[in-house]
Design a protein around this ligand. Structure first.
Ligand code: NAD
Length: 333
């Protein structure tokens, strides 16, 4: 049976990516919605054939517990609400997918993981690139040492500043600007390609436009050291467009450019083109894979722990930038 997903928060990402992707998924479908807007409720019900009984608002959200048509709650709200709605969905007995960045800080991410474990439900983070063919190919080339051992990685993702009124610029809502919004991808570019986690970080942060970036950084650079000696130099910014992942090895290189955006990657290696397909919606494989881990009772590839790791690393990057010191990452806590 196809499992039913309810999207919570019908903004840009839910509207333009997740809902259309859910028309193409094999293992799940758009069964319900949670929205504060009666107009959106009406138009989504018509477009996606959603019955009245599967439509909730933020006051009735917890009643989703009594609805067997909803198996999974997908939290697509601004970042400061991720923890609250993930925990409430778990307490309602529903499996959860939470959008990135998973939480405002590592402690919150840990609470979300614990709440899902306690409720006996599965938790995943909306990491579409964990299933994207170009990114899987980068990981394969690194782990199979096709060009020898990986020596240096460069990764960066930046967009021009979202409109001055965007919640992404408000630290209380977005959690910290570009590093929270886009930094997770640059972190993963290194971490996922290598299939390893960094042991230390140094970082530098810059803000030129002090009018829009009041208590957050406009641009952040950081350097990770990995246990096998590989180093990564990464960046994220709201001041200009950059989207690349470049990996140099003992006997060659491979890269994606563009790399991280949802509209598709392009790859090349020192031996020539990278010939892998681009899916129409990266989220199709992401959501179908999560359903399989629910059905097989296995740990999701894009698990809560994966989300926690990235949030913990963001904390370490900011600490390194704020203090100018090299921060050692203690993965035991
Ligand atoms: P958005 O601003 O377009 O949508 C957010 C929605 O939440 C809006 O419909 C808004 O009305 C609703 N909302 C409900 N309660 C709210 C409250 N108290 N305050 C503010 N808004 C409230 O944002 P978006 O671009 O759709 O992003 C939503 C989430 O999805 C973010 O966490 C973002 O990081 C993530 N996202 C992920 C990807 C990806 O590729 N995985 C891409 C874009 C966005």
């Amino acid at each position: 049976k196809k499992l039913g997903i309810a999207l919570v928060g019908l903004g840009n990402y839910a509207t333009n990516q997740l809902a259309p992707a859910l028309l193409e998924t094999q293992n799940c479908y758009l069964a319900g919605i949670v929205t504060g807007s009666p107009e959106k409720a009406k138009s989504w019900a018509a477009t996606y054939n959603i019955p009245e009984k599967n439509i909730y608002n933020y006051q009735t959200f917890d009643q989703i517990r009594d609805n067997p048509a909803i198996d999974i709650v997908y939290v697509v709200l601004p970042n400061f609400l991720h923890a609250e709605y993930t925990i409430r969905a778990a307490q309602a007995g529903k499996h959860v997918i939470c959008e990135k960045p998973m939480a405002m800080n590592a402690a919150e991410a840990r609470q979300m993981i614990t709440a899902c474990e306690k409720a006996g439900v599965q938790l995943s983070v909306g990491y579409r690139l964990y299933f994207e063919p170009h990114h899987l190919e980068m990981r394969r080339l690194a782990t199979e040492k096709t060009f020898g051992r990986v020596k240096v990685i460069e990764s960066g993702l930046g967009f021009t500043v979202p409109g001055p009124n965007s919640w992404r610029l408000d630290k209380k809502i977005g959690g910290g600007g570009a590093i929270m919004d886009l930094g997770v991808y640059a972190i993963q570019g290194a971490r996922r390609t290598l299939n390893a986690d960094p042991i230390s970080v140094t970082a530098q942060a810059f803000t030129f436009d002090k009018e829009h970036f009041k208590d957050i950084y406009e641009t952040v650079f950081w350097q990770f050291e990995f246990p096998n000696g590989t180093v990564a130099h990464s960046s994220t910014t709201y001041s200009s467009y950059v989207d690349r992942l470049y990996v140099t090895c003992e006997r060659g290189w491979f890269k994606l450019e563009p790399s991280f955006n949802a509209t598709g990657a392009q790859g090349i290696t020192s031996k020539g083109a990278m010939d892998v397909p681009s899916p129409r919606f990266q989220q199709t494989a992401q959501m179908d894979a999560f359903i399989q881990s629910i059905q097989n009772k296995t740990k999701p590839e894009a698990s809560g722990e994966e989300g926690w790791k990235d949030i913990k690393l963001i904390g370490a990057i900011l600490q390194a930038a704020d203090t100018g010191r090299k921060i050692t990452i203690d993965w035991r806590v």
